[in-house]
Design a protein around this ligand. Structure first.
Ligand code: NAD
Length: 441
């Protein structure tokens, strides 16, 4: 099938590449010339395991193309995916300007029957808006072309995006016509060979499904973090409570790990957007509001523990940070707890030595760009040399089983703050390490 994917970010690049891997002919379009130039030179602008090899292979096979010109891929295209960003607007709603700009370009360019798929995360009712904008352009051109607008929200996780896309738990399709449903089934059939993963529903329900899924996951995280904070107060151990409740199959172990809060490009903005969607329909989403409030506070729990241990004024103190990305497996730092924690410590006079396997370029170039008193090092142990304490903020695999004797040797005094509860409290006590984690005094 001939496919155009508009927007070549995490979602667009991964989707386009995976569709091409299944033998489709895919054109990825982006307005960012620098990004397209890089891709055309074989440089992948984001880090995602397995992505580079798959892009290079399909470019070489000539079934994956990159361009800034929408018309290039359009001649034979049967399906166009919209995968541009829907960032948080000033009022917390999803900013639809990029989606609607793309809809306008589509309306200006299409020549024959086509299916337009909203893959971006968009508020309920967006498909109707996209349809209106395209129809308006067709009317301006005085042409009559049949088109379908379909909602196909994306559920991939950064850090495991290729695996998630190639083996999805489900493919949600919101569509009105049998023609569109059949085409989408055909496209996704190779991704669900072992069993049916295709869920067809009406468009508004598909749009809502994405927000509901992210809000549910964010709720589990904030719920567990709240339980962890209560555990700490009452003298219980959040790690043991986690295992105690996770063993109940109705609750499960996923997304109930105590930590320093969720970040990333999706949960924070989607939770906010869902709250806004509800308020536009005069519904106050109290639970969703609390999920967000608990998370905002949670991002600073580790900083509070550091302050309690070292005092309000951190002048003269140096902290070695392990992990900056919002989660392991990605270089993405959008809304990462590390941003808030590092800024809080620096504000109080501390010096930071940071190490992250993938996200240091992002930190230096953007998220912690103008921050003084932060330096970056090339290995986790270098970050600890002469530091007053180690602070772990992202649970990268390489941090799971470090050499604690080496850590003791490098730090001024053996103190570890763990924002992801990676270590066994008793083992560290035996080694004489002062260890602080989430949900435990
Ligand atoms: N990142 C994720 O893990 C994830 C997962 C599921 C869903 N989503 C959703 O998918 C959408 C895209 O997210 P992302 O993380 O890939 O975004 P991104 O910011 O990484 O990429 C968006 C891309 O769209 C391009 N773009 C903007 N306007 C354009 C236009 N008019 N024409 C062509 N290209 C244009 C930008 O230059 C950019 O490269 C969002 O709605 C997001 O909420 C993201």
């Amino acid at each position: 099938m001939n496919i155009v994917v508009i927007g070549t970010g995490y979602v667009g690049l991964v989707s386009g590449t995976c569709f091409s891997e299944m033998g489709n002919n895919v054109t990825c379009v982006d307005i960012d010339e620098a990004k397209i130039n890089k891709l055309n030179k074989g440089i992948i602008p984001i880090y995602e395991p397995g992505l580079e090899a798959m892009v290079l292979k399909n470019v070489k096979n000539k079934n994956l193309h990159f361009t800034t010109n929408l018309n290039e891929g359009l001649t034979d295209a049967e399906i166009i995916f919209i995968a541009v960003g829907t960032p948080m607007g000033d009022d917390g709603s999803a900013d639809l300007q990029y989606v609607l700009a793309v809809a306008k370009s589509i309306g200006e360019a299409i020549q024959k029957r086509i299916i337009i798929v909203d893959k971006s995360t968009v508020p309920v009712g967006t498909a109707d808006k996209v349809k209106e904008v395209i129809q308006h352009e067709l009317d301006n051109r005085d042409v009559s072309i049949t088109f379908d607008v379909v909602s196909n929200p994306e559920f991939l996780k950064e850090g495991a995006a290729i695996t998630d896309f190639m083996k999805p738990d489900r493919v949600v399709i919101g569509a009105e016509s049998d023609y569109a449903i059949e085409k989408m089934k055909q496209l996704y059939a190779p991704f669900s060979m072992s069993h049916e993963r295709f869920i067809v529903m009406d468009i508004r329900s598909a749009e809502m499904t994405k927000y509901a899924a992210n809000a549910m996951l964010a709720t589990k995280i904030s719920f567990m973090n709240e339980i962890a904070n209560i555990c700490e107060k009452v003298g219980a151990d959040a790690n043991q409570v986690r295992i105690g409740i996770g063993s109940d199959s109705r609750i499960g172990y996923n997304f109930i790990y105590p930590g320093c809060g969720y970040g990333g490009s999706c949960f924070p903005k989607d939770v906010k957007a869902l709250k806004k969607i509800a308020s536009e329909y005069n519904y106050e989403a109290k639970l969703i509001t609390s999920v967000e409030e608990v998370n905002d506070a949670q991002k600073l729990v580790i900083a509070t523990k550091v302050i309690k241990r070292f005092g309000e004024d951190l002048t003269g103190k140096t902290f070695g940070i392990w992990g900056l990305a919002f989660k392991p497996g990605t270089d993405d730092m959008r809304e990462a707890p590390a941003i808030y924690i590092v800024k809080e410590l620096v504000k109080r006079g501390a010096k930071i030595k940071a190490y992250d396997p993938k996200a240091m370029k992002e930190a230096k170039g953007y998220y912690l760009k103008d921050l003084e008193n932060i330096s970056y090092v090339d290995s986790k142990y270098l970050a600890l040399e002469n530091a007053d304490a180690m602070i772990l903020l992202t649970e990268w695999k390489e941090f799971r089983s470090p050499d604690f004797d080496e850590i003791k040797k490098l730090l001024k005094a053996p103190v570890i703050f763990d924002g992801r509860n990676q270590y066994n409290i008793f083992n560290l006590a035996e080694k004489g390490i002062e260890y602080y984690q989430i949900g435990k005094k």
